[in-house]
Design a protein around this ligand. Sequence first.
Ligand SMILES: [Cu+2]
Length: 133
Amino acid sequence: MRKTIAIACIALAAGVVTGCTQQSAPANVNAVPTPQPSVSVGTNPPSPNPKVSDVEMKNFSFAPPELRIKVGEDVVWTNADASPHTVTSDTGSELGSDTIAPGATFTHRFLSAGTFAYHCSIHPSMQGTVVVE
Ligand SMILES: [Cu+2]
């Protein structure tokens, strides 16, 4: 009779221990913070900062008069004169700025290749070309 009780106690104790182990095992797994995303941090910053080219409108001319850029790049015209100017396509509608006041800028992104001749609609002698490759 005593042996039977002792065996039952041992079995019970073993069961409790096993139960504790099984309960604490998943708790430990959840508690451990797996540091896995640190690998991908900083590896995907493909922010495509398009190149920007500057054209100055100064002394009633565009400088440089001819600009070569790549598709997708920006051109910024800055009016450095005391007179307003425009950036207007000779043909087509690629470039059609409003009046650019002295000190103001006009930005255009060229999304297709081609040769884009333009002028100032106020001063038609002002002529420039953007070649997009
Ligand atoms: Cu002008």
